[in-house]
Design a protein around this ligand. Structure first.
Ligand code: ZN
Length: 208
């Protein structure tokens, strides 16, 4: 499960601690760790506000309570602090966000099928083959573009209901009806051009 928004609290805590321990107070995160942190930050209840118009760098700092935390410097120079506690607080997902997560779960079979059919692919961008390779959507038909297209053509905000989603705290969120998942999967599969990326190209490009 590579999407940090699907991780358990324990796994999130572990990965954040690993990141933090790679640095001294005052250090900025590497490009790779920053990309990972930005994905994890999506769990934060105020992720949108923390992120602002974009993040230029992230530093390890000590907050008022004496705990190590992360300071985000946004592209416009303003700063926000996002510590472990905020990120670990459970975020309440909007219905539109739940739709995105259900759509991701719906295409998991397509992703796995592609992975099985291309066991030896090298990274489409840098040509490397590493231990953990990712299945990615080649632009312009990124996952977000395809998902938004399907939403625009078949749904509106008014038709989204909590009952459309299967809420199981121990499993990734998914569509309650397999027919809906299959509908999105078909829409996705004819548009997606999947490719294989290495971990660092996947994290730095994040086209997905
Ligand atoms: Zn690569």
């Amino acid at each position: 499960m590579n999407d940090p928004t699907e991780w358990t609290q324990a796994k999130t805590r572990e990965v954040l601690t690993q990141i933090r321990n790679r640095y001294s107070v005052g250090d900025s995160l590497s490009v790779e760790d920053q990309a990972l942190y930005e994905q994890i930050l999506e769990r934060h209840p105020n992720a949108v506000q923390k992120r602002g118009d974009g993040i230029s760098k992230i530093r390890v700092v000590v907050n008022r309570c004496g705990h190590e935390a992360f300071t985000i410097t946004r592209l416009d120079g303003t700063e926000a602090v996002a510590g472990m506690a905020g990120i670990l607080r459970k975020r309440v997902w909007s219905l539109r966000e739940q739709l995105t997560r259900a759509c991701r779960a719906a295409i998991e079979p397509s992703r796995l099928a592609y992975k099985r059919a291309h066991p030896k692919d090298r990274c489409a961008l840098c040509g490397k083959r590493t231990a953990h390779m990712h299945v990615d959507h080649a632009p312009p038909n990124t996952f977000k573009v395809i998902e938004q297209g399907w939403y625009d053509s078949s749904l509106t905000e008014a038709t989204l209901e909590p009952e459309h989603f299967h809420q199981d705290p121990h499993a990734p969120l998914r569509f309650a009806e397999e027919g809906v998942a299959a509908d999105f999967r078909e829409y996705h599969d004819v548009r997606a051009r999947l490719r294989t990326l290495c971990r660092s190209c996947n994290l730095s490009g994040s086209s997905d």
